[in-house]
Design a protein around this ligand. Sequence first.
Ligand SMILES: NC(=O)c1ccc[n+]([C@@H]2O[C@H](COP(=O)([O-])OP(=O)(O)OC[C@H]3O[C@@H](n4cnc5c(N)ncnc54)[C@H](OP(=O)(O)O)[C@@H]3O)[C@@H](O)[C@H]2O)c1
Length: 328
Amino acid sequence: MRAAVYDRYGPPEVVQLREIPKPTPQANEVLIEVRATTVGAGDWRGRTLDMPAGFGLMGRLFFGISRPRQPILGSELAGRVESVGKEVTRFKAGDEVFAFTGGRLGCHAEYKCFPQDEGVAQKPANLTWDEAAAMSSGGTTALHFLKKGNLRKGEKVLVNGASGGVGTAAVQLARHFGADVTGVCSAGNAELARSLGARRVIDYTQEDFTTNGETYDVIVDTAGTAPFSRSKDSLKEGGRLLLVLSGLADLLLVPWVSMTSSRKVIAGPATWCTEDLEFLAGLARAGEFRPVIDRRYPFGKIADAHRYVETGRKKGNVIITVGNDDVT
Ligand SMILES: NC(=O)c1ccc[n+]([C@@H]2O[C@H](COP(=O)([O-])OP(=O)(O)OC[C@H]3O[C@@H](n4cnc5c(N)ncnc54)[C@H](OP(=O)(O)O)[C@@H]3O)[C@@H](O)[C@H]2O)c1
């Protein structure tokens, strides 16, 4: 089978399609024939080791000291179950599924094995392969932070970076939880943020939300431009700042903020479980959550997708089409 492999850190060209052996499912695993996958922020960080400030060493320890430990990037996919191990009861050959590996990666391949109860869920029939492939990364990250932030119905939420992979999910989920959502993005993406449920949109090139006098119960920062030092005056008493993207210094400040202020900062890596995927799938079936698709690239052009995603300006998710759905 073909897989996008990289064996050294560097520019997009280090990722190359290669023939590698097709995996065989273990007794408890399903083998998925991949139809679509995504290139996300975690993939270009894993390729370049360009980490948020202060996390350089941790990035190297995680991805591999001198060369990538996991040579295949990609954390999410959608596809059809081709075969199952003899102990598998939850899936059968032919099932349409979406799946998430989180930090274990390995989805940029034509086939991928998953344990039946770790990161696989039935694909909502009303989603395309592209949309199903993009369900997990932004969705579980936004869900993790909104849950940790204890978002309640009727609260005012601001999502900084509302048009990105995490931001488009956060706007939809916050609206689903009954919040009054303000999105921050560039003017060209204002309509997108509104269509996802933002009642108000701020163009960060024209207005600084941290100095306009508005206050929020919850601020979600996916862009890394709203650390506590900048956004504390925009948080109400008891407000929560959810730092999806933060430097090490912001992370180390978290206990200090809790001790000295009525406000709270939540930062660090998002966690997830298979129930989160089922929850997102349920929302998708009910028409409450739909991953946003920006560009699609054929598998053979995956390096171009890396180049685009690395700009930090994608709208929602960037898709790689694989197998039968591969476009040229
Ligand atoms: N903590 C975790 O576990 C976790 C999990 C997933 C991702 N992340 C991190 O979260 C970050 C966001 O990921 P993503 O997939 O959402 O990235 P993305 O899709 O590249 O989105 C970034 C968004 O930020 C917006 N933006 C850029 N500059 C901005 C500014 N000055 N003010 C406000 N918005 C701005 C862009 O919108 P415009 O184009 O409209 O400017 C873009 O839509 C990444 O750095 C990723 O590594 C962390």
